[in-house]
Design a binder for this molecule. Structure first.
Ligand SMILES: [Zn+2]
Length: 327
């Protein structure tokens, strides 16, 4: 008999909801814009859940659990969403409200933890016990599965590899520290660095790329990738530094967790070999072969499907931890 779950993915601009089964198949999905206050959006979430269940021919009793993934920081102990640059709601008790509304267990995790669960259950991590997912977009997020369990830590914030400090004299990070992995490899930091270098150089070949068209606001990873494809020396140099610092961060992860698989999502996935090749060249400087020989480092197996399955994977993790489902 199939097991069904609900997945709710909360982003900066939308709430995406899906009904999925244990094979990672999505039976129905929909989204609503993230507009207005929580008290206005929550009834729409409940309404869309009911519609999706009826579209899939299921009732609430046929669904075993619901998983929510949201950008951090979260208060996992109390199941609250907290205010951040990506979230205008603050201290919203979404877990308790959904439990009451749906009458089923509801779990909450941040995006990167949900991402590693999706890779572990449905992607290239299937059947493995030690898997790390590293995602680079605006920031750098990571989720860690070690010994067959998601590592959450005392307050639910374990796995923040993006804020391992690589150089205390390095560039300032969004978190307030200096020289974090994210300060070198996150999209927001990279954009600021490119803007600093190119602000008064409108004739630079990077500024004249069609992706940039002279607009400093359009600098960032997509522009860097385009610049590397056009073999612009500054772009190649900057990508090289991103790869060097990423290798340094991965060295920390290898030594700490001795994983079997590290999967790279989002920007690394888009950049492909442009980032992956220099990364693999630098890696031996930051880790023993004992670690790297037993670890596959690869671009995400699920690729862009991670987002689709993230919430559902949080739900399946609840069932797994309760002994009600095996991946
Ligand atoms: Zn940081």
């Amino acid at each position: 008999m199939s097991i069904h779950v609900l997945g709710i993915d909360i982003g900066g601009t939308k709430v995406a909801i899906c009904v999925a089964n244990e094979k990672g198949e999505v039976l129905a999905s929909g989204r609503i814009p993230m507009q207005g206050e929580y008290t206005e959006v929550f009834p729409k979430v409940a309404e869309l859940v009911r519609k999706l269940l009826s579209d899939s021919g299921l009732s609430q009793r046929d669904v075993s659990a619901c998983g929510i993934c949201a950008p951090g920081p979260l208060d996992l102990k109390n199941g609250l969403l907290l205010r951040s640059p990506n979230m205008h709601w603050d201290k919203v008790p979404i877990r308790a409200d959904l439990e009451k509304e749906l009458g089923m267990p509801v779990a909450l995790e941040n995006d990167a933890n949900a991402g590693v669960l999706a890779e572990w259950f449905f992607g290239s991590g299937k059947g493995k016990k030690d898997v790390i997912y590293l995602t680079m977009s605006t920031g750098v997020g990571s989720g860690i599965v070690s010994g067959g369990h998601l590592i959450t830590g005392t307050t639910g914030n374990a796995g923040e590899l993006g804020h391992v400090v690589l150089n205390p004299e390095g560039p300032i990070c969004g978190c307030g520290l200096r020289g974090c992995v994210e300060a070198y490899c996150g999209g927001r930091s990279l954009k600021m660095r490119m803007q600093d270098i190119l602000r008064f150089r409108p004739d630079h070949t990077i500024m004249r790329l069609p992706e940039v068209a002279g607009d400093l606001e359009k600098l960032g990873f997509p522009a860097l990738i385009a610049g590397c494809k056009a073999k612009i020396p500054l772009a190649l140099e900057m990508m090289d530094e991103v790869a060097f610092r990423l290798a340094q961060g991965i060295g920390v992860a290898l030594a700490a967790f001795n994983p079997e698989l590290i999967t790279l999502g989002t920007t690394a996935y888009y950049a492909g070999d442009l980032m992956f090749k220099p990364l693999m060249n630098y890696l031996p400087r930051f880790t023993w072969s004992e670690f790297s020989d037993h670890c596959t480092i690869a671009l995400s197996g699920l690729g862009l499907r991670i987002g689709e399955l993230a919430g559902a994977s949080v739900a399946f993790n609840t069932l797994y931890e309760r002994g009600q489902w095996q991946p």
